[in-house]
Design a protein around this ligand. Sequence first.
Ligand code: 5GP
Ligand code: ZN
Length: 112
Amino acid sequence: MECLFCRIINGKIPSHKVYEDEHAYAFLDIYPTSRGHTVVLPKEHITSFLEMDEERAAELFASVNRIAKQVIKATEATGTNIGINNGLVAGQTVPHVHVHIIPRYENDGGGS
Ligand code: 5GP
Ligand code: ZN
């Protein structure tokens, strides 16, 4: 059985897509931490960031860089948290590597 995020990439499960290129796919998080919370994944199924080779990791983060700029522009956020929960103990709930782009706003209560 395909993983949840592979099914989203293949269009079997609907998502609010915000970006797609040859290597990456991005959509809005269903339970957003903030307005515009976006999840970016490699199209290829890889469980963990640590299983990616440097070339694939670089490709993923080139897309993350591009998408983060678009998200900032669209939301007019003044900052972002960008990160990966890697492994069960780190809070990874879907075993397909993904990068969170969480826009941050003045006085959004998220700490410094
Ligand atoms: P993790 O906790 O693994 O780092 O992040 C997984 C993220 O995927 C969570 O923030 C969760 O809200 C989001 N998510 C889980 N299932 C779905 C889904 O079916 N659709 C969308 N758009 N997001 C999902
Ligand atoms: Zn997958």
